[in-house]
Design a protein around this ligand. Structure first.
Ligand SMILES: *[C@@H]1O[C@H](CO)[C@@H](O)[C@H](O)[C@H]1NC(C)=O
Length: 362
């Protein structure tokens, strides 16, 4: 009995090895998944199973390798085609097989986890660093509302080895020299090492920026070591700063959203029902009964931006109404009936304008 089970397991193992891994299953995507879906799935899994986050967990390390391999194949049209037809076996001589960490870095830049999760960082010794590069990243309000991936093609300088040598690691050292019998003098001398020569080249990297729902104006997205290179040390960082683009209908105030709606005088006097198309296309119902005065503000709870710090929290939507008056004058009989209907009489009041204009509910 036991033998049978072992035999069955062995058989299963052999079948699995022969057929190779199911990359679609590993990434949890359909065989028809788009590149974007594949990237998204990879991104999520890679973060979860990254070795820096799962130290000493062999299982996670294995999964990380698998998802790296799966992403490498499925994100490449040619490899995916071969894989779909012949399985992993078909790719064996296709020269694939990058290290899972390399695949990860190429997508997230440098040592992602060191800066996102406070890992070992840059070490204590003073290694010279190139400058950080700061770039404003224009992001629409819709993308900040929904979250988005933005691909950026970044051209960075990289020092590559070149023939010959150059002076490097130069420093000043104190030297004692004998200048005569029993006479010494101390002097500062400049000493350098000989290093292989370098030449500045340019490389293009495709960076994948994740805009998370609720990110705020000026927020930083940092890519470690994608900044300016340093011939004798490490490159600086590349830092994107979110710059919110103006939206035609919504304005952000903290996590709240503001919008304006013009209604007719008729609607203002008798009530109305309408839909407001939100930033992700969903419809917000707005219903008013009775009178809506010009400049009144209606709060629609929970229709604001997600809070970046806590995605379960949302701001509110504030709608300010203004009223479009008819441009035609009423005939005199109508004026009389209107006066009667409105019953306000003719009176004026001069005031300083700092009154509350708040109306509750929508
Ligand atoms: C609403 O209108 C006011 C006054 O014209 C303006 O200051 C504000 O920016 C507008 N808000 C939006 C979201 O367009």
């Amino acid at each position: 009995m036991k033998f049978l089970v072992v035999a069955a397991l062995l058989l299963q193992l052999i079948v699995l090895v022969a057929a190779g891994r199911d990359f679609y299953k590993i990434l949890g995507v359909a065989r028809t998944a788009t590149k974007k879906e594949i990237k998204k799935a990879y991104r999520k899994l890679a973060m979860e199973h990254h070795p820096d986050k799962n130290q000493g967990n062999d299982e996670a390390a294995k999964i990380f390798q698998d998802i790296g391999a799966a992403y490498e194949v499925l994100s490449d049209d040619d490899k995916r085609k071969i894989y779909d037809r012949h399985g992993e076996e078909g790719l064996k001589d296709g020269g694939q097989g990058h290290d899972a960490s390399d695949i990860f870095s190429s997508m997230f830049g440098g040592s992602f986890f060191n800066m996102h999760f406070g890992g070992n960082g840059r070490g204590e010794k003073q290694v010279p660093r190139g400058s950080d590069v700061h770039i404003d990243l224009d992001v629409t309000l819709s993308d900040l509302y929904k979250g988005a991936f933005i691909e950026v093609l970044h051209t960075k300088g990289v020092f590559r080895e070149a023939p010959g040598t150059r002076k490097c690691n130069c420093r000043t050292e104190m030297r004692t020299q004998q200048v005569g019998p029993g006479q010494f003098s101390m002097a500062n001398v400049k000493v350098c090492d000989d290093c292989p020569n370098v030449k500045l080249t340019h490389e293009h990297v495709e960076l994948d920026l994740e805009i998370e729902p609720g990110m705020v104006q000026g927020q930083e997205l940092k890519f470690h070591a994608e900044g300016e290179p340093h011939a004798d040390g490490e490159p600086g960082d590349l830092i994107f700063h979110i710059n919110t683009l103006k939206h035609s209908r919504f304005q952000r105030a903290g996590n709240d959203l503001l919008t304006n709606i013009t209604i007719t005088l008729e609607d203002a006097l008798t009530g109305f029902e309408m839909e407001v198309k939100h930033l992700d296309g969903h419809k917000v119902q707005v219903k008013r009964e009775g009178i809506t005065a010009p400049n009144s503000i209606v709060k629609v709870a929970g229709e604001g931006m997600k809070s970046f710090d806590n995605n379960l929290e949302r701001g509110d939507l504030y709608i300010t109404f203004d009223v479009e008056f008819p441009t035609l004058n009423f005939p005199s009989e109508a004026v009389e009936s209107l006066k009667e209907l409105l019953g306000q009489g003719s009176k004026q009041r001069v005031y300083n304008g700092l009154e509350s204009r708040f109306v509750k509910g929508a």
